[in-house]
Ligand binder design. Structure first.
Ligand code: HSE
Length: 437
């Protein structure tokens, strides 16, 4: 049977994994796809690396633009990353009538609307299972497996690097810097690790999931993004004492007024399965009206786990590329003319519970003055923890958990609390989600 020919752009960690797994499982993959899938050409800036990785089994070139217009190539796999040259290459591949498989979440979250429109017009497929949660088939689950549901919310640990850092800091008491280095060594971190640490990578991924869940265009520029760089180890410890874990979550939720789209450190009850996802693992919790909660768990980064998703897309494209473009699974889950630009709620209007930590002077009436401010803002307290001052100290940590409130109310309360003479320094505030129904 005539093989389908793939041009691979970038043979770094994921490209190398894709090459290896396609070779190793060639026979089984062909039995699934109906045709052999063959990498015919690899483009990489580093020709020496590309030569070593491919060992003479295919052509190697330094010219990626020649690959996307190569008449021999049926599918272009883009594993370069970023939204500069990758965007140009993907658009050029589409214009040349090639199907595209990409792991590039940054590109899709920021230019997906343009790319999917171009692909739709040209009648080609752009598949991107590897863009969110690496090897976990969450795109297929949301787009196809849950198609009966009105999706209510999605909450995910979708950045392995930050989850690895938070887990190691909590477990082993290691420093932030030491753990980050290890994550980079293991190949989890982005080329620019600030994308991981500051929540940008997770925001790219939750933007994609949000669009697929609610049938909206990609709205990355409206996402609220807060990473873990300002997180203090003491809060991880206090949260644990109160029965919670802190995770960097990507959250998107449908509300009557619009969509929530946010990434931030979040306290979640330790008893939830997702709270126990440790190391570089990813997990995505999806709440649908018919199915209820479903949880998807697995490796969100690394060579072969990500290759697993890239190759699943290659199999899908191979199976479907002769089908009528109008009758394929739509790129963004909903038919292209059925997307609705639902508003993304400003963060001030988002409702969550909160963890507050403040340093107070240890004297009568302190608690009363703090709780009075919260009561005035109609914020109800759920739990409280007061740490005894150390020997010879006159200040103590006070930790409060609140019930659901709007972000603008807590901000106003915090501003007032910080002005109280008995409160020392700034109030630490971390959002909290029950992740129940
Ligand atoms: N830097 C990403 C992570 C890699 O840590 O999860 C996979 O997208």
């Amino acid at each position: 049977m005539k093989p389908i020919n793939v041009g691979l752009l970038g043979i770094g960690t994921v490209g190398g994994g894709t090459f290896t797994v396609l070779q190793r499982n060639a026979e089984e993959i062909a039995r699934r796809a109906g045709r052999p899938i063959r990498i015919t050409v690899v483009a990489d800036k580093n020709l020496e690396l590309a030569g070593k990785a491919t060992q003479g089994k295919c052509r190697v070139t330094g010219d990626a633009f020649a690959v996307v217009t190569d008449p021999e190539v049926d599918i272009v796999v883009e594993l370069i990353g970023g939204y500069g040259v990758a965007r140009e290459l993907v658009l050029k591949a589409i214009a040349s009538g090639k199907h595209v498989v990409t792991a590039n979440k940054a590109l899709l979250a920021t230019h997906g609307n343009e790319i999917f429109k171009a692909a739709q017009d040209k009648g080609v497929m752009v598949a991107f299972e590897a863009a969110v949660a690496g090897g976990v088939p969450i795109i297929k689950a949301v787009r196809e497996g849950l198609a009966a549901n009105r999706i209510e919310w999605i909450a995910g640990i979708i950045n392995g690097t930050t989850n690895f850092i938070l887990s190691e800091m909590r477990d082993k008491g290691l420093s932030f810097e030491a753990v980050l280095k290890e994550a980079q060594r293991l190949g989890y971190a982005e080329a620019d690790p600030t994308f991981d640490i500051e929540g940008v990578d997770a925001a790219h991924k939750i933007t994609i999931l949000s669009a697929l869940a609610f049938g909206t265009p990609m709205q990355f520029e409206r996402a609220y993004v807060e990473g873990i760089s300002r997180l203090d180890a003491i809060d991880i410890k206090y949260a644990e004492q109160l029965g919670y874990r802190i995770k960097l979550l990507g959250i998107t939720r449908r509300t009557p007024d619009g969509i929530e789209l946010r990434v931030h450190p979040t306290l979640i009850p330790a008893k939830r399965l997702i709270a126990n996802v440790e190391g570089a693992m990813n997990a995505v919790l999806v709440q649908g009206d018919a199915v209820g909660a479903t949880l998807y768990y697995g490796k969100g980064a690394g060579a072969e786990p990500t290759a697993s998703a890239v190759i699943a897309d290659l199999v899908d494209v191979t199976r479907l590329h002769t089908a009528d473009p109008q009758n394929r699974v739509p790129h963004m889950a909903f038919q292209p003319n059925q997307l609705v630009a639902l508003p993304v709620l400003p963060m001030d209007e988002v409702q969550t519970c909160f963890y507050l930590r403040l340093r107070v002077q240890d004297e009568p009436g302190v608690l009363a003055s703090v709780t009075r401010v919260l009561a005035d803002e109609k914020i109800s307290i759920d739990a409280m923890l007061q740490k005894e001052p150390g020997e010879g100290e006159y200040e103590a940590d006070l930790v409060l958990l609140t019930h659901l409130t709007r972000e603008k109310r807590i901000n106003s309360a915090i501003a007032k609390i910080e002005k109280l003479p008995v409160v020392v320094g700034k109030v630490t505030r971390i959002r909290m989600e029950e992740l129940g129904k």
